[in-house]
Design a binder for this molecule. Structure first.
Ligand SMILES: *[C@@H]1O[C@H](CO)[C@@H](O)[C@H](O)[C@H]1NC(C)=O
Ligand SMILES: *[C@@H]1O[C@H](CO)[C@@H](O)[C@H](O)[C@H]1NC(C)=O
Ligand SMILES: *[C@@H]1O[C@H](CO)[C@@H](O)[C@H](O)[C@H]1NC(C)=O
Ligand SMILES: *[C@@H]1O[C@H](CO)[C@@H](O)[C@H](O)[C@H]1NC(C)=O
Length: 275
């Protein structure tokens, strides 16, 4: 399908959306649970999916000029519960049909004090996240690509252990790029709410939760083996204890942190004091 809108167009579009009075408020509930003024009806989606040209799109989207409702989306702070870390309002093809046929999506994140957007990746999109208000520490886990996997003949033996990561503290309109498919996270190290906007170069970016996916439904012996086969560290009983409690997207960073041993514990009170 042709790309009808560039990122620049969409940024303009979002700015226009923010400035418009948004008088109309259609009642289609979006699958994300976020209210928006957008008509996300299956009929509109089907029509746009079938549109062969930009002319066809216009005929579908703008039946009542100058009404721009069909290309307008309102993000709402739906963070209703304290102590839940925060929420992300998303506009994707799922709830904003105008994105069908484009390669953009948008997220607005409301991160509570000490809120953690748990490690995750977007399988189909690069993400460019900009902090609008407050502070976020953002981290990206690097890829290790050593020319083979396992004990490859003629290559050095594989080295077990952690993969390097890069991280930075973002504030005041500073953005960071999270490349497609790579594991990343953000957390709010302060006692003030933080706000970010993030653009994706897919209208259907997706989200993969690292911990939740990994511990979901594989057989225990497989999980334990993948974790290093140390039954004193991880056994079936322990997996059963946390498997059903792995957070979906946001969590509040724990205050009490046992940093005994060689733990890095950079989320401890002490280290958080630096922010
Ligand atoms: C939005 O699109 C639908 C489907 O074409 C159309 O029925 C509706 O009138 C449009 N709304 C506006 C304001 O153009
Ligand atoms: C989002 O809403 C919650 C609950 O009303 C509020 O505590 C928080 O400060 C809001 N976040 C931002 C960034 O405005
Ligand atoms: C940043 O990365 C370094 C090196 O991996 C790590 O020691 C440190 O704890 C990280 N800090 C944050 C805030 O992620
Ligand atoms: C961010 O902007 C605010 C308001 O202008 C200012 O008080 C604060 O010092 C800035 N913070 C940083 C880290 O630059």
């Amino acid at each position: 399908m042709v790309n009808f809108l560039s990122v620049a167009h969409v940024v303009t579009l979002i700015a226009v959306a923010a400035a418009s009075p948004l008088a109309r408020h259609q009642s289609d509930p979006s699958p994300s649970g976020f209210n928006s003024n957008t008509n996300a009806s299956p009929a509109l989606k089907a029509a746009l999916t079938g549109a062969a040209s930009y002319n066809d799109r216009q005929a579908i989207l703008f039946t009542e000029p100058p009404d721009a409702t069909n290309i307008t989306f309102t993000f709402i702070n739906n963070t209703v519960t304290d102590g839940t870390g925060g929420t992300i309002a998303l506009s994707t093809v799922n709830n904003f049909p105008a994105l069908i046929g484009t390669e953009v999506a948008m997220a607005v994140g409301f991160v509570n004090p000490c809120g953690l957007n748990v490690p995750h990746s977007h399988p189909r999109a690069n993400e460019f996240l900009t902090v609008i208000q407050g502070k976020l520490v953002a981290g990206l886990v690097l890829e290790l690509n050593d020319g083979g996997s396992g004990h490859v003949v003629g290559q050095p033996a594989p080295v077990n252990g952690p993969v390097p990561q890069v991280n930075v503290t973002l504030s005041n309109y500073t953005g960071m790029l999270f490349p497609q498919g790579e594991t990343h996270f953000q957390f709010n190290p302060t006692c003030e709410p933080a706000l970010f906007a993030a653009a994706f170069d897919s209208s259907d970016p997706g989200r993969t939760q690292i911990a939740r996916n990994f511990f979901s439904n594989m057989p225990d012996d497989m999980l334990i083996t993948a974790m290093g086969s140390d039954l004193e560290v991880l056994d079936a009983k322990r997996i059963a204890r946390f498997r059903d409690n792995i957070p979906t997207s946001f969590a509040v960073i724990m205050e009490e942190f046992d940093s005994a041993g060689d733990s890095q514990g950079y989320l401890s009170q002490e280290d958080r004091a630096q922010f």
